[in-house]
Every structure is written in C-alpha cells, then in structure tokens.
Design a protein around this ligand. Sequence first.
Ligand code: 2RA
Length: 329
Amino acid sequence: MKVAVVGATGLVGTKMLQVLAERNFPVTELVPVASERSVGKEVEFKGAKYKVVSMADGIAAKPAVAIFSAGGGTSLEWAPKFAEAGITVIDNSSAWRMDPTKKLVVPEINADALTAEDKIIANPNCSTIQMVVALNPLHQQYKIKRVVVSTYQSVTGTGKKAVDQLFNERKGAEGEMAYKYQIDLNVIPQIDVFLDNGYTKEEMKMVKETNKIMRDDSIKVTATTVRIPVVGGHSESVNVEFENDFDLEKVKELLSNAPGVVLQDDTASQVYPMPLWAHEKDEVFVGRLRRDESQPNTLNMWIVSDNLRKGAATNAVQIAEYLSGKGLL
Ligand code: 2RA
C-alpha cells in the first residue's frame, strides 16, 4: 500500500515513520510530504532514504492513506484536497476533531464507527487518548459520572523546539524559547492558549474529546493541564466517580484485560507507571489504584503513556491498520 506521511520531518512525523516500520504496516511505497522549506530533504524508512515532496506532489502520488501531522492550518487547507482525490486522511491536528461530520477515533474504543466513506479521520489529543483508553473499560462496567484530571505533560508534546529549550537550559546554553518561561526546574500550569472560561484549550480538549470518543455526553470532565520538564511521556492523576460501586480487585482485573492497557500497580515493590518506563512503549500504563475515601464510588488512578506514540503516532497507525484490515482503504 502506498502511504503518505504529511509533516514527515517533524517530531511526530518522524515517530510515525518509526511506528509504521516497527509494526510492519504493509507500506509498498512511502511518500514523505512536508512544507516547501523541507522539500528535497531526505527521511529514512526501513533503512532506505526517501526524498520529501510537496503537498501537491503528495496528492499526485495517489497514496491510499495519508497520515497528517502538520498542524491545524495545514490540515484545514490540505486534508480536503487529499480526501477529494480519494485519499483517506488520518489527521493528528485538532482541526477536525470536533467537526460533527468527522470521526474522532481511539481504536480500542470506537473504531467500529469507521466506514469507507470516512475520508478525513481525526486522531485525538495525546492527553485525551491515554485517559480514555484506561477509563473506557471501567465506564462499561460501572458508568462514569465525573472525572477530575490533572496532567503532567512532557515537553515533546510541544515539539522539537521545546525539547531543545529544556536541554539548553539544563546545559546553561542560550537558545530559542518554546515557552514564555524557563521549563527546566519548573512547572508551567498552561498548555495551549487560555479561553474565555479561564481554562486552556488543552483542558477543554480533554473535556470535549472524552465525550465524543466515549460516545457519552453525560460524562462530566474537569481538567488542569500542566507542562513539566520531562521527555518520556505524559502522566495524569485521575479521580473518577462512578454511578455504581466497584470492587478494587475487579477494577484491576478489568484493566489487566483491557486492550492497550498495562497494569503497573505493586505498591509493596514501589512499582507504578513513570514516563521513564513508558518512553518508547505503545501501551497506556495504569497504577496507584485506590479508593477515594472522601466520597462514595470514587477511584484514584495514575495513568502514563508515551505521548508521541499512543498519544499520536501509534494511535494513527492503529487507525490505518484497522481500515486496512477491514478493507476500508
Ligand atoms: C501537548 N497535547 O502536549 C499537546 C500535544 N498535542 O502540548
């Protein structure tokens, strides 16, 4: 299958190539696409070098699927052009996520909604993906009423410039700033821009995307999203109130058997999810499971995942795998 990766030279695009290769997605020809200033650069895929082409040449190459990670503006402009040419777009930007005519997909939860007519498919925000993968099996069993989440997000979620800022600061070197403030030895309680309601855009993504992916607008979500000087993945402290009471052992069993989830919950041995361990892994790691003793039917959990993998590249490639497996491409 001919596969285009749009935004192939960025942090997520590079990870897309790595994940496509690792998972042995049946790529017969790779079409790396990027903005004009990257055209002609080379990217590596399965040991071979490929020249980056322009958007127009990417469409002309007629791939079956194009995985976009090129920012919202580019996606708004170009995804419809790819789709009109019959190419299925899986888009990692926020451009189409809340469009009611587009599906927002986490394969473990709602891939069954996909049809051959879906030509632009949205990949959710990283912090939302890892949370819903862990919440969905519990929602099926106990029905979630409300979620209170605080995140501890890796600088890789911002991109290469932010990773460089962190390591420059650590070395004491001058460099460009991705954030308004120093990130090393700091915590920044702002991810993306502030909205009129006082929340950030990232926080409201966690609210709205959760409802859409889990196909249940009755789930109430409130979020505080925070940037920390870490590169391995995003961590989340999640407090979940259920309609029904739960048994903690049964919760552990449900999570152990849930697709894409790894239970890492052995407090006696001080084993719990950490970005250091989640880095370069495709799963969502869950631990620190305990009853919230301050109110009934409420659980505390700690969720960690590599945001560039399950939070971006892996989820997008899994969507492509689903489409390919069902003959929808
Ligand atoms: C972040 N959620 O971590 C974003 C990336 N999509 O900033």
